[in-house]
Design a protein around this ligand. Structure first.
Ligand code: WTA
Length: 572
């Protein structure tokens, strides 16, 4: 199959010659950007905020924040003040020490960013939680990480089972009329009263920075730990992949509850000294296009699901807005469909650049660079300094056009350093101590472009969010009507995949639309709205192995009307 590559638009990208750079690049080049390269004193928040606040970028806007109620801007100087204050709030009102875990569980607001970077200044490990998580999801994460403190809002407090979390000592509440005692602190009041002079905690490059919980195909979500040194790759990819420049206005649409919203919604842009927009509230085509027009966004990082929803909203609405400020548009999270790229060319007159990476990789890995022709449907080529390959199950590289495991040579700067308290799980990602297994299958063509084919495991990507079937199945089994549950991703033109559950009922329960609705609400309330199955199908019995494991592969084959393959391990 011959694919027409979209040619490079005549423009000077910062990564000029991919091949030459990829051949010669040493990470030490990127390290030289940071003060610690000279001083030996490391802290991500220093490099992202304080360094700029002490330079001629002091009065440059770091953060534009907007939602339905607020419209504010903060310079790098302001960000230093507010993050120093936040750090002092923790110091005065809690026993948090370097290495302790502090969680942040709240909707986007400027305070979320002060709270997060303030904690980094203390040397604590931050765990961001998506605001849509319900009690079960919150509990698992706080318990596993032995979180000592949390910043949240009165609205979300009811989802934190405080009596079952013995390590959680302090709750910082962001809101009005907060009643305080030893455990509950009014964060805004404390912030206002706190000193803005804080001695930053210097850490080791390899000390913990952020803990993102993410789903696999088995077991509870696992805590992926990244360290301060990840900054090297986050910064360098801002230059080469995002092509960020001093006068850019950058917008990453991801929530900091996900890795994209931290690596490229907080660390990356501010390490590069970029003016960044954070838009609160929910997705709406009008609000999004209006934001691009109003803030004159030049570099825009979003996701295929969002692009498909904008596409679905029609081109009429695009014409209402002036989007000519856009210079560089990028995508992450799911396969970027060639139709979406075509649509992007029509409505923005821009190529949309796909980027592939994962929570575990901490930063972009395989990308369509500005200086490369884009082959629609391909993720592009590895970051200079990163070696990617397609390997078989024994860790042996396979020839071009052969499908296999997408793998990365161990040791890139932003690689996860730990799966929280689970060394075995961490080791299971690697083969021969050499390759990191991504869990994605792909092939490489003879120009060195990578083509995503699917997940090797059962992980579901719905609207760009990664959902583990096990977590949903476990929740389903808590429902009194459900005897057995098997969960799969079903292909969907807008969301990539939707969650479909097959369930067998206990004696005394009958299938009905009301029961479907009730089960959906049960998962929504217990886990998160995005984890609730959009489709539920009742079965008398589910396909299981003789050891009793639900065979999701068979469910998937049923759903897609494909051959079920080898059934030798199935019980009769
Ligand atoms: C998928 C998101 C195709 C992939 C940053 C990966 C992609 C998982 C792409 C990680 C892409 C991410 N094309 N698939 N450009 N980017 N994925 O941890 O299956 O939430 O393994 O990280 O998303 O999801 P995660």
């Amino acid at each position: 199959m011959k694919i027409e590559a979209l040619p490079v638009v005549q423009e000077e990208y910062q990564l000029k010659d991919y091949d030459a750079t990829a051949r010669d690049f040493q990470w030490e080049e990127a390290e030289k950007t940071f003060t610690w390269y000279e001083t030996g004193k490391v802290n991500m928040a220093y490099e992202a905020i304080d360094r700029h606040a002490k330079s001629d970028k002091k009065d440059k806007v770091a953060l534009y924040y907007q939602d339905a109620d607020r419209k504010e801007s903060y310079t790098f100087g302001d960000m230093k003040t507010w993050t120093d204050k936040a750090a002092n709030v923790y110091k005065e009102h809690s026993n948090l020490a370097k290495g302790d875990r502090l969680f942040i569980f709240m909707p986007r607001s400027p305070e979320l960013y002060f709270a997060l970077l303030g904690a980094v200044k203390m040397g604590t490990i931050v765990g961001p939680l998506f605001e849509a998580f319900m009690e079960g999801a919150v509990y698992d994460r706080l318990l596993d990480s032995e979180a000592k403190a949390i910043v949240t809002t009165p609205d979300l407090l009811g989802r934190i089972p405080l009596d079952r979390l013995p390590d959680l000592e302090t709750v910082f509440l962001v809101g009005d009329n907060i009643k305080e005692d030893d455990k509950f602190i009014d964060f805004n009041k404390a912030l206002k009263n706190a000193s803005d002079a804080f001695e930053i905690e210097w850490v080791d490059k390899e000390d913990g920075l952020i803990l993102h919980y993410t789903s696999g195909s088995t077991g509870k979500p696992k805590g992926i730990l990244h360290v301060h040194y990840a900054m090297v790759q986050q910064y360098q990819s801002m230059k080469w992949v995002m092509d960020i420049r001093d006068d850019d206005i950058y917008w990453c649409t991801a929530d900091p509850g996900w890795v994209t919203g931290t690596s490229y919604g907080i660390f990356g842009p501010w390490l590069a000294g970029t003016t960044s927009l954070i838009l609160g509230g929910r997705f709406s085509p009008d609000a999004w296009y209006k934001a691009i027009e109003e803030y004159k966004i030049t570099v825009w990082y979003s996701a295929p699901t969002a692009f498909r929803m904008l596409m679905g909203a029609g081109d009429g609405i695009v014409k209402k807005y002036d989007l000519t400020s856009l210079r560089h548009v990028l995508s992450v999270g799911e396969p970027l469909n060639p139709e979406v790229i075509k649509w992007g060319m029509q409505v923005f007159n821009k190529r949309i650049h796909d980027t592939w990476w994962m929570t575990e990789t901490g930063a972009q890995m395989i990308c369509n660079y500005g200086c490369l022709p884009i082959k629609p449907g391909s993720m592009g080529k590895p970051l200079p300094g990163v070696k990617a390959a397609i390997i078989d199950n024994n860790g042996v590289e396979v020839p071009p056009f052969t499908m296999g495991n997408l793998a990365i040579k161990k040791g890139w700067p932003s690689m996860m350093r730990q799966v929280w308290k689970n060394q075995e799980k961490f080791e299971s990602y690697f083969i021969n101590d050499e390759w990191y297994f991504s869990g994605d299958s792909a092939y490489m063509d003879d120009d060195g472009y990578f083509w995503f084919q699917g997940r090797v495991d059962d992980v579901i990507m719905t609207s760009g969010e990664r959902v583990g079937p096990f977590e949903v199945e476990s929740k389903l089994l808590e429902h009194p009507a459900i005897l057995e549950a098997g969960v799969i991703g079903k292909p969907d033109p807008v969301r990539g995949e939707i969650i479909k559950a097959f369930v067998a009922l206990n004696e005394g329960y009958e299938p009905s639309d009301e029961l479907i609705e009730e089960i959906q609400q049960f998962v929504k309330k217990g886990l998160a709205a995005h984890a609730a199955p959009r489709e539920i199908e009742f079965k008398d019995k589910l396909p299981k192995t003789r050891s009793g494991k639900i065979m999701r592969r068979v469910l998937k084959a049923w759903e897609l009307q494909l051959p079920t393959g080898d059934l030798s391990t199935m019980e009769d």
